[in-house]
Design a protein around this ligand. Structure first.
Ligand code: 5CU
Length: 379
């Protein structure tokens, strides 16, 4: 009676629109789409850790298919809406999936980024109120054109921010050359959704993982991705990017990687670093990583367990955590893909367990924070 149900918002949900899929089909190195005679569907091959398997397939030494099947979930809008309806998701903030436009030749970057942003805006406008998007930046474009491109995003009705990988212009996100980009994003009020792709070098995983494929994708996805995010944000923090752009807002994928768990150790390492102390970088005016987490950072709730989620909650607060699914990744392998996905259930269940069923905090994380408290909710 009179109470309106809080909307459920998915802030971490990807698509590769048809134009991008065509681009991947035209390529012969990662990221690419390849067909294999022993597979019914084309394969989407994205990660460096998958390259050895492609070579093994080509030489005939393995029959294990590399990558993942390119199903309609990756590029079909009707499928995205079906997925949302199946899981009770009212609104999705869709984003291009990794590796975005990182590999695009410089001369093509602006036209492709513009056309992909338009494709996303059009998709959103075909379902008004249900879809918004994070745009992908033309990072390989000449710097001047990139800086001039960012403010144009304000004209895209459904754009709420940008999705950004960790490589920046090739030197990471603490690169001084990126400062104008951060400035433009701050001025435009566009949130950055920081997402990993490159993981850690293959050598870290060892030959049993890379040559023998004994562990599938577990190591790069479960550990490489979160460490990559953690390292990227810590570098930005150490470089003073958050102090320079105090109105910049960042949403970190996978509950911040391991940042909430490691923030105390990062702080202690700073406090005990003779070099930083000598350089006067550890004075009383220094904003701690804890402060940045509570003031400028939002975390998604894509961590699949109450334990990780509680750490994220303690680090950033229940008002800065936002539900996500990572669709179309992690589909069910033994049940119908058109039905409910276990991966989504794990994340929703973690929110309920961490915050309590039917609580205001649960509703906030499931959608209220995105609609009301974060820059995503601007109309
Ligand atoms: O399964 C995967 O490889 C991925 C990926 O590439 N990107 C992502 O967001 N999640 C999972």
């Amino acid at each position: 009676t009179g109470t309106t149900k809080q909307k459920v918002v998915d802030v971490h949900t990807h698509m590769y629109p048809p134009e991008y899929i065509s681009l991947l089909k035209s390529r012969s190195s990662i990221p690419m789409v390849r067909t294999f005679s022993n597979a019914p569907e084309p394969r989407l091959i994205l990660l460096n850790a998958e390259v050895d398997l492609v070579a093994a397939m080509e030489s005939g030494s393995s029959s294990t298919l590399p990558g993942r099947p390119l199903t309609s979930h990756y590029s079909d809008l009707a499928q995205k809406i079906h997925f949302m309806d199946t899981h009770g998701i009212d609104i999705s903030v869709i984003s291009l999936a990794n590796p975005w436009l990182d590999f695009v030749p410089s001369a093509d970057a602006i036209p492709i980024a513009t056309s992909i942003a338009k494709e996303f805006d059009d998709m959103c406008s075909s379902h008004p109120g249900r879809l918004f998007f994070f745009a992908a930046l033309p990072l390989t474009a000449p710097l001047d054109s990139l800086n001039a491109w960012v403010p144009q995003l304000k004209k895209a009705k459904y754009c709420r921010g940008v999705i950004l990988g960790t490589s920046g212009l090739g030197k990471g996100l603490d690169d001084p050359e990126l400062l104008p980009v951060f400035e433009a994003l701050e001025t435009a009020g566009l949130m950055i959704f920081l997402h990993p792709h490159y993981g850690l070098p293959n050598e870290v995983w060892g030959p049993r993982a890379t040559s023998n494929n004994e562990y599938g994708h577990v190591l790069p996805l479960a550990l490489g991705f979160p460490m990559e995010t953690t390292i990227a944000v810590t570098r930005m923090y150490l470089a003073g990017v958050f102090d320079r752009f105090k109105s910049l807002r960042m949403l970190l994928a996978h509950s911040g990687g391991t940042l909430p768990f490691l923030a105390g150790r990062i702080e202690s390492c700073i406090l005990h670093d003779g070099h930083l102390v000598k350089e006067g970088k550890v004075g009383p005016s220094r904003r701690t990583i804890w402060e940045v987490l509570k003031e400028q950072i939002y975390l998604d709730a894509v961590i699949y367990s109450e334990v990780g989620l509680k750490t994220a909650l303690q680090a950033s607060g229940a008002d800065r955590l936002m539900f996500g699914t990572d669709h179309p990744f992690f589909p069910p392998l033994t049940s119908d893909e058109q039905g409910e996905w276990e991966s989504v259930g794990l994340n929703a269940e973690a929110v309920t367990r961490a915050l309590g069923s039917g609580t205001q905090e649960e509703a906030a994380v499931m959608g209220g924070n995105a609609v009301v408290r974060s820059p995503l909710g601007r109309s």
